[in-house]
Design a protein around this ligand. Structure first.
Ligand SMILES: *Cc1c(COP(=O)(O)O)cnc(C)c1O
Length: 391
C-alpha cells in the first residue's frame, strides 16, 4: 500500500539521481532518461518486430494484452490505437449512443468527453471535489432518465472512490467506464483502477505512466463478451476475417507499439515508485510554503501513482514565469474546464456552471515528475519555488 507520503525503501535515492545533469534546465517532462535506460532493449525489440514483419495483430499484441491484464488483475484486455479510441469503443460496446447522456467531470483531458461525443451521446459535465476528482454528489444530482453511463477519471493518478461510485451506479442502472489514462497501477481499496467498471480505457501516450513510442491504448473488462465486442469493433467489425458482423472501425494496436509496451511493462512498478517518492519529496519540501495547496495523501487502502504532481496557488501565472526563468518547465492540467471549450459550446454551459473546477483551472500548476527526474532536481524545483514565495 503506497501513498504519496510513504517512501518505499525499494527505491534508492542514488538510483533516482543517476541520470541528472547537475545544473541544466529541468523540462516539465523528459522521456530521454527512461529511453536511455532501455536503449538496447528497444533496439532489439525493433529488430524482432521488423524481422518477423507481422506488423498488424502480430503475436506481441496478444502477449502484451495478456501481460497487462495480469499486471493489473483484469480478466480481459484488448489493445487499441489510443486512449480516446479505448473510451469510445467501450461506450460503443455498451450500446451507448444517440439520445443517451454520459456523466463526465469537466476538469479532465478533452478525450474523456470527446469519446462521448464520438458515439453520438451527450456529455453531461459535473464539478470536481477537493482532490480534483469527480464529485459523487454532483454525479447523483446530474443523473436523468437518459443517463446511460458515467466516466470516472482517475485524474493525476489518484483513484476515484469506486466503492461508492459502483454501488450507486449498480442501483441507478448506470454503466461505469473508467478513464484510466493517468492511472496505470493505481488502486482503490486494494483493487486496480480499470477493474471496477464495466470497462476501463487506458492510454499509452508516450508521457503516461506506461507509454509507447507513439499512440496506443487498451480496453480492460471483466466481461468476456464486452471485450470480444470491443475487439470486433476495433477491427472492421469482423468476427473472423472477412466476416463483418457489425459496422466497425480500425482502432488496432500496432505490433511494434505492443512489443515496446511489453518490453516496458516490467518497469512500470519501479517507475511508479519513483513517481511516488518524488511526490513525497515535493510534499515534504513544499509544506507550508506560500499559499500553496499540496495534493492530499491517498486514502488508506488506495494507491496513488502520481502521474502528475499538481499544486494550487493564487499567483499561479507569476510562479510559472518565475520557474520558466529559472529553466524549470511546468504544465497546467487543464487550463480550461471542458464545459467552457468551444468544442462543447452547443451543450449550452455558461461560465459559473462549475465554480470549483473553474477556480482550480486558474490556480493549478503541474510540477515536473517522471522516471529519471531524480531528487536533486526535485530539490532544485523546490528551492526555486521557495525563492518565489520569499522563503
Ligand atoms: C491522455 C488522456 C486521454 C487520451 O488518451 P490518448 O491516448 O491521448 O487518446 C484520455 N483521458 C485522460 C484523462 C488522459 O490523460
Amino acid at each position: 500500500m503506497s501513498t504519496v507520503q510513504e517512501r518505499p525503501n525499494e527505491v534508492r535515492r542514488e538510483n533516482l539521481s543517476a541520470l541528472s545533469d547537475a545544473d541544466g534546465p529541468i523540462p516539465f517532462v523528459d522521456l530521454r532518461p527512461q529511453h536511455a535506460s532501455l536503449a538496447e532493449v528497444l533496439r532489439a525489440t525493433f529488430d524482432d518486430v521488423v524481422g518477423d514483419s507481422q506488423l498488424i495483430l502480430g503475436p506481441q499484441v496478444e502477449a502484451f494484452e495478456k501481460a497487462f491484464a495480469r499486471a493489473i488483475g483484469a480478466a480481459h484486455a484488448v489493445g487499441v490505437s489510443n486512449g480516446l479510441d479505448a473510451l469510445t469503443l467501450a461506450l460503443m460496446a455498451l450500446d451507448v449512443g444517440t439520445g443517451d447522456e454520459v456523466i463526465v467531470p469537466t476538469n479532465t483531458a478533452a478525450a474523456t468527453a470527446l469519446a462521448v461525443s464520438a458515439v453520438g451521446a451527450r456529455p453531461v459535465f459535473v464539478d470536481c471535489d477537493e482532490d480534483y476528482l469527480l464529485d459523487l454528489d454532483a454525479v447523483r444530482a446530474a443523473t436523468s432518465a437518459r443517463t446511460r453511463a458515467v466516466i470516472p477519471v482517475h485524474l493525476y493518478g489518484r483513484a476515484v472512490d469506486m466503492t461508492v461510485l459502483t454501488t450507486w451506479a449498480a442501483r441507478a442502472g448506470v454503466r461505469v467506464v473508467e478513464d484510466v489514462a493517468q492511472a496505470h497501477g493505481a488502486q482503490h481499496a486494494g483493487r486496480a483502477c480499470g477493474t471496477w467498471g464495466g470497462a476501463g480505457g487506458f492510454s499509452f501516450y508516450p508521457t503516461k505512466n506506461l507509454g509507447a513510442l507513439g499512440d496506443a491504448g487498451m480496453v480492460t473488462s471483466g466481461d468476456a463478451e464486452l471485450a470480444a465486442r470491443v475487439r470486433r469493433l476495433a477491427n472492421y467489425g469482423q468476427r473472423r476475417r472477412y466476416e463483418h458482423v457489425e459496422p466497425g472501425r480500425n482502432c488496432r494496436l500496432d505490433t511494434l507499439q505492443a512489443a515496446v509496451l511489453l518490453a516496458k511493462l516490467p518497469h512500470l512498478e519501479a517507475w511508479n515508485r519513483e513517481r511516488v517518492v518524488a511526490a513525497a519529496d515535493y510534499s515534504e519540501r513544499l509544506a507550508g510554503v506560500g499559499d500553496l495547496v499540496l495534493p492530499r495523501p491517498a486514502a488508506a487502502g488506495d494507491r496513488h501513482v502520481c502521474h502528475l504532481y499538481v499544486v494550487r496557488t493564487a499567483t499561479r501565472d507569476a510562479l510559472r514565469e518565475h520557474l520558466q526563468r529559472a529553466g524549470i518547465g511546468t504544465g497546467v492540467h487543464y487550463p480550461s474546464p471542458l464545459h467552457l471549450e468551444k468544442a462543447f459550446a452547443s451543450l449550452g454551459y455558461r461560465p459559473g456552471a462549475f465554480p470549483r473546477a473553474e477556480r482550480m483551472a486558474q490556480e493549478i500548476v503541474s510540477l515536473p515528475i517522471y522516471p529519471g527526474l531524480g531528487l536533486a532536481r526535485v530539490e532544485r524545483v523546490c528551492v526555486a519555488i521557495r525563492a518565489f514565495f520569499g522563503g
